[in-house]
Design a protein around this ligand. Structure first.
Ligand code: NAP
Length: 355
């Protein structure tokens, strides 16, 4: 909080877990990137808010870092209707320290991460100095992951790790063959490449950007397939080239992956950067036992969240995190950055410096 916004505190009493709690919370105003959207208008920009104006919750987090996901860019620009309530502070992710807590599992000062859980969709999100949320959506960070590192990952890294977890739970192993990863230079794609490579999978990265080849190889891809001129065929079953796939594009790309995966391979459907459609026959499922796994990073139980964050912390190297980090922006830079992101021009992940 800068000196232009001196902190005042409000004291209130709360009853939680059979205890009467004394909560001390900041009262001053702080900057927030807020989105107003209804059927007639969309506008977004910096506003001054007080804590009392935020969505309710029993934990207040002093946000240090946020990040920009594809969904944030859709919400901030109004390109798709992401908000199910208006107005809302944008940002589906936040990392920072517990400022006050009515939950005994989270003590003041604990470094925490909050992703998904309705942030930026049905409740105020991470593009503000403070976040107020239910305790069940808050995960204490593993000791080997800083708040900054957590936001290099954010929902993108979390989702990539969740996809790999689900695939392995369903029998995926490096022996089944290479993993194809689409939208590879984006946030989810970059983490999927790094995590799969770290785990011993051969990675084929699919990208539109010729200039991303070195970046993807450094992250661990053994092959980079450029989308320009890619021949996807039209047969119900294409030659099986991949042991599994992680898709962020949807549409024809997802259909092609399903037709091109070896017997018993898994295809994780994560995104729809090019299309929400999926045209497929049942042949890959019936004749090859291919599994299509839907990945939802928003509604994940706390125990699973904790496990996935630990997996991320244990798997990602310093060099990989630094390589994926595309730089830092401020809240005021969001409109321009989000437009670039939706055009598919961004490589890796941008951090949003909040406090
Ligand atoms: N299921 C979930 O819970 C979940 C969680 C996170 C994200 N997602 C979804 O996953 C997708 C990727 O998210 P992200 O945060 O990784 O986004 P991102 O960082 O913007 O990456 C998207 C990548 O897709 C590729 N792309 C291809 N065509 C594009 C187009 N027309 N517009 C934009 N990008 C295009 C680009 O990579 P190349 O140039 O390398 O092809 C781009 O970098 C989005 O659809 C997002 O909504 C879903």
């Amino acid at each position: 909080m800068d000196s232009a916004h001196p902190i005042e505190y409000q004291v209130r009493l709360d009853y939680c877990h059979h205890q009467l709690l004394l909560l001390i919370q900041p009262m001053s105003t702080f900057a927030a990137y807020r989105i107003h959207q209804d059927e007639y208008q969309h506008r977004a920009g910096l506003e001054e808010l007080t804590l009392e104006e935020l969505s309710p919750g029993d934990v207040v987090v002093r946000v240090e870092w946020s990040t920009v996901n594809f969904k944030d860019a859709l919400a901030a620009t109004g390109r798709s209707k992401i908000l199910r309530k208006s107005p809302l502070v944008g940002g589906v992710d936040a990392a920072g320290r517990v400022e006050s807590s009515a939950d005994p599992r989270l003590s003041v000062g604990t470094p925490v991460v909050v992703t998904g859980s309705g942030l930026g969709e049905v409740r105020d999100g991470g593009f503000a100095s403070y976040l107020r949320v239910p305790a069940d959506s808050v995960v204490a960070l593993p000791a080997n992951l800083s708040t900054r590192d957590a936001m290099i990952a954010g929902t993108a890294g979390f989702t990539a790790a969740l996809a790999l977890e689900r695939m392995e739970h369903n029998g995926q192993t490096p022996a089944l063959g290479p993993i194809l990863i689409s939208g590879a230079s984006g946030g989810v794609g970059s983490f999927a490449v790094a995590l799969c490579a770290q785990r011993g999978y051969e990675v084929s990265a699919l990208s539109l950007k010729p200039f991303s080849i070195d970046y993807l190889r450094d992250l661990g891809a053994s092959k980079v397939i450029l989308r320009e001129g890619l021949e996807m065929g039209r047969r119900a079953l294409e030659t099986a080239r991949f042991g599994g796939a992680i898709d962020t594009l949807g549409g024809d790309y997802l259909g092609w992956m399903i037709r091109s995966v070896h017997a018993n391979g898994n295809v994780a459907a994560i995104g729809m950067a090019t299309s929400t459609e999926l045209n497929t026959s049942v042949m890959p499922f019936i004749l090859r036992g291919v599994n299509l796994l839907g990945i939802n990073s928003v509604d994940v139980p706390r125990a699973v969240r904790e496990h996935i964050w630990q997996r991320l912390a244990d798997s990602m190297t310093r060099a990989q995190l630094d390589s994926i980090c595309a730089g830092e922006i401020g809240l005021a830079d969001l409109p321009e950055f989000c437009t670039e992101m939706l055009a598919g021009h961004v490589m890796g992940r941008a951090l949003v410096r909040v406090s």
